[in-house]
Design a protein around this ligand. Structure first.
Ligand SMILES: Cc1cc2nc3c(=O)[nH]c(=O)nc-3n(C[C@H](O)[C@H](O)[C@H](O)COP(=O)(O)O)c2cc1C
Length: 291
């Protein structure tokens, strides 16, 4: 975390000695704290905690510079951030992420998304109440299936945390799609693919924008296991279908490299099963080091 040099002494003193007077001093200093893209990349740590507590949550202008992060770095380090602080998230940051999400393609350029930004505690609680039983069931099965896998177990712990704290997260963005489907009738695969394929590119854009600005975010669907209940909670008409939720807020954890399969192991040449690149390490790129 860096800020204008001439303020470093005062600010550090305030962090080391957080009295009420310091708190007021810091509130005045609020506008002089400049988060650079590398601050946002490095994101969190005890100093960030202290600043957040004493100087208030960052605004869009504090973090918008993060959007200049190289695309490769954003893509290589965007991972599910499930543990979020309850501190408020500036509406302008959320709207900027959605604005960037809207640059994604949609089938027939339908642009048929609707985004519900949930901040109301009662609504968040109702969505959390939907998440709990779904994860209790699914999570138990997943834990059983992945017994002995420490990495999976850590992910499940993070989901446990997210389920328990969902209602305390500052913003839940519900990505929805309008129209395009005949209710209760199975659709041809092409129609299904084009329909849901019109939301996920935009959601990925949103996740990347959040990552670049240092905002924690993760894609979840389990709270929407009952579309009927979700529609009732969110006041959605039958013509609008909720597809997924992205809880957003300031992260408790860090963004960082993800573990994925090797490119050669999932890529086929001309027809399925022909895998000349199997075992190829070509694209197993390391995330760039942070500066
Ligand atoms: C369609 C879809 C639905 C998902 N639903 C959930 C969910 O309900 N709960 C959850 O914790 N994560 C959910 N995830 C997130 C995945 O679990 C996550 O992307 C995966 O574990 C990889 O995590 P990483 O990017 O941190 O490596 C979902 C992801 C996708 C693409």
């Amino acid at each position: 975390m860096s800020f204008r040099r001439r303020r470093v002494g005062l600010l550090s003193a305030a962090i080391l000695c957080p009295t009420v007077a310091d708190w007021f001093a810091l509130r005045k200093l609020r506008t002089t704290i400049v988060l650079t893209p590398s601050d946002i990349r490095a994101n969190t740590g005890p100093v960030a905690d202290t600043l957040m507590r004493m100087a208030g949550s960052p605004t869009l202008s504090d973090v918008e510079g993060g959007l200049e992060m190289p695309l490769l770095e954003a893509m290589l380090t965007q991972r599910a951030i499930r543990r979020l602080r309850p501190d408020p998230l500036d509406d302008a940051i959320v709207l900027r992420c959605i604005e960037i999400a809207l640059k994604a393609p949609t089938s027939s350029n339908g642009q048929n998304w609707e985004w519900i930004v949930v901040k109301d505690q009662a609504v968040k609680q109702k969505l959390a109440a939907q998440y709990r039983p779904a994860w209790a069931l699914y999570g138990r099965a997943m834990r059983r299936r992945n017994r002995g896998d420490d990495s999976a177990s850590r992910t499940f712990d993070a989901v446990d945390w997210q389920v328990a704290h969902l209602a305390e997260m500052p913003v839940l963005v519900v990505a929805c799609l309008r129209g395009g489907r005949v209710p209760f009738l199975p659709q041809p695969p092409l129609v299904e693919s084009s329909y849901y394929g019109s939301i996920y590119p935009s959601v990925q854009n949103l996740l990347l924008a959040a990552r670049a600005m240092g905002v924690g975010a993760a894609l979840i669907t389990l709270p929407l296991w009952s579309v009927t209940v979700a529609r009732r909670i969110l006041g959605l008409p039958m013509s609008v279908r909720p597809c997924c939720i992205v809880p957003m807020g300031w992260p408790l954890g860090r963004y960082g490299p993800t573990t994925r399969k090797g490119v050669g192991d999932v890529t086929h040449l001309d027809r399925f099963g022909r895998q000349p690149w199997r075992g190829d390490r070509l694209a197993r790129q390391k995330a760039p080091s942070r500066g």
